[in-house]
Design a binder for this molecule. Structure first.
Ligand code: NZQ
Ligand code: ZN
Length: 387
């Protein structure tokens, strides 16, 4: 196994009715910025629950953080924090609101131009230079509630860029599975596929000695296959909702990535499709992932075969099982309501592969993936296969 440090300071508060705990979790006397998205929290009663639980606190609200949050919007919140002397941020929303709050948290005290956090991917590791924040999760999917990474879009240049650092873990995250009841079907589907792909990014690499990490990863995949379609059909079922929510967190809270190789090329390419065509994050993964496994087949086939055997009980030669495992993955994505071709989302795709490959080359991203063998040429091939 590779050496690792596993640091995760987020206080994860799980279960029905737990939003009530807010008054004990937000530091006493703090002036709070309540950050939210497009307003779903007003319709489903979560805003009311939050405000009730924060009686006695001074709260300033900041709404309008959009899906795939924009740098331009987040900088407005940075100004509010400076003007109002805010000392704690509460993110109430899905991955976009939480990621947005991570950026706001780091940008307020950043010395220099905060867009450099994104463009130069500056690691934020000094807790004294960020505004502390907690979250109330409303959409299980990204794992952002228990990790220190985030993705923000610079609207003016159409770039969706990842950043992070150990100072950006939420102080706490309240994860009440009943919040999923108001989610549109499309977002439930997205959540399952995003979490599923997070596991694959950390699992479908090459054989290694992290046996326990593999078994935990396989447990999350099996749980998502078991509960995914059912939770979309029946989001009021508490057992389904709670297993879905916990699986999504466990898929990207750092545990299964420690001591093992990691890929993440599907995500890096997928972010470009969102930046270009505004396709939902999870759907970009359903488009790119299976084609990446095909193009990188030679170096991924051993893990693909392990996945095929252990998850789908497939039989045959290593190559047969590995190929069938890719087909099974696509079939699962279809079951989860995903279209898996770029042409299902846009008719104007002919330049996409060249555009993305050039952009990666300009950024100096010579190679991605667990073996650093997803070269710019391979990226082009993967995207072309995805048309
Ligand atoms: O904005 P509101 O009105 O709240 O509506 C949202 C939004 O329209 C709605 N929604 C959320 N909770 C709801 C609800 N509607 C009804 N009831 C509820 N309980 O759902 C829509 C989508 O929300 P969003 O936050 O954008 O979705 P998601 O959680 O999938 O987040 C996606 C973003 O996270 C990033 C993605 O790239 C994307 O920008 N990711 C973050 C990661 C991380 N920090 O670790 C990892 C991921 O790989 C991903 O890249
Ligand atoms: Zn993702």
């Amino acid at each position: 196994m590779l050496n690792f440090q596993y640091y995760n300071p987020t206080n994860y508060v799980f279960g029905k009715g737990q939003i009530e705990q807010l008054g004990k979790l937000v530091p006493e006397g703090a002036k709070v910025l309540l950050a939210y998205g497009g307003g779903s929290i007003f319709k489903n009663g979560i805003h009311q629950q939050v405000v009730d639980a924060l009686k006695g606190y001074e709260i300033i609200e900041f709404g309008g953080i959009e899906p795939n949050p924009h740098y331009e919007t987040l900088m407005k919140a940075v100004e509010v924090i400076k003007e109002q002397n805010i000392d704690f941020i509460l993110a109430v929303g899905g991955g976009s609101v939480i990621d947005g709050v991570k950026f706001i948290s780091g940008a307020v005290k950043f010395e220099g131009d905060p867009s450099e956090i994104l463009k130069k991917r500056i690691l934020l590791t000094d807790v004294s230079k960020v505004i502390p924040f907690g979250t109330v999760l409303t959409l299980p999917a990204t794992g952002s509630e228990m990790n220190s990474g985030a993705v923000v879009t610079i609207k003016s240049t159409q770039e969706k860029l990842a950043f992070g650092g150990s100072a950006l873990f939420p102080k706490f995250s309240i994860c009440d599975p009943t919040v999923i009841q108001s989610l549109p079907k499309r977002q439930l589907e997205n959540g399952v596929v995003d979490a599923f792909t997070h596991v694959l990014e950390q699992y479908l690499t090459y054989p290694h000695e992290g046996y326990l990490q593999d078994r935990i990863a396989e447990g999350i995949l099996q749980t998502l296959i078991e509960v995914g379609p059912k939770v979309v059909a029946n989001p009021t079922d508490y057992a389904l909702a709670s297993n879905f929510m916990w699986s999504c967190t466990m898929a990207l809270n750092g545990l299964i990535q420690k001591g093992v190789p990691n890929d993440w090329a599907t995500h890096m390419i997928g972010h470009e499709l969102t930046a270009m065509y505004d396709i939902d994050h999870a759907r970009t993964l359903a488009i790119i992932g299976p084609n990446l496994y095909k193009v990188m087949f030679d170096t991924k086939k051993q893990k693909l075969a392990q996945y095929g055997k252990r998850i789908y009980n497939l039989e045959g030669t290593e190559e047969e099982i590995a190929n069938a495992a890719i087909a099974k993955t696509v079939a699962f994505f279809h079951t989860m309501g995903m279209d898996t071709k770029l042409s299902d989302y846009t008719k104007d795709f002919s330049n996409t592969a060249d555009f993305i490959a050039n952009r990666f080359a300009e950024r100096g991203w010579k190679a991605l993936g667990e073996r650093q063998n997803v070269t710019v040429e391979k990226v082009k091939e993967i995207v072309e296969l995805s048309y």
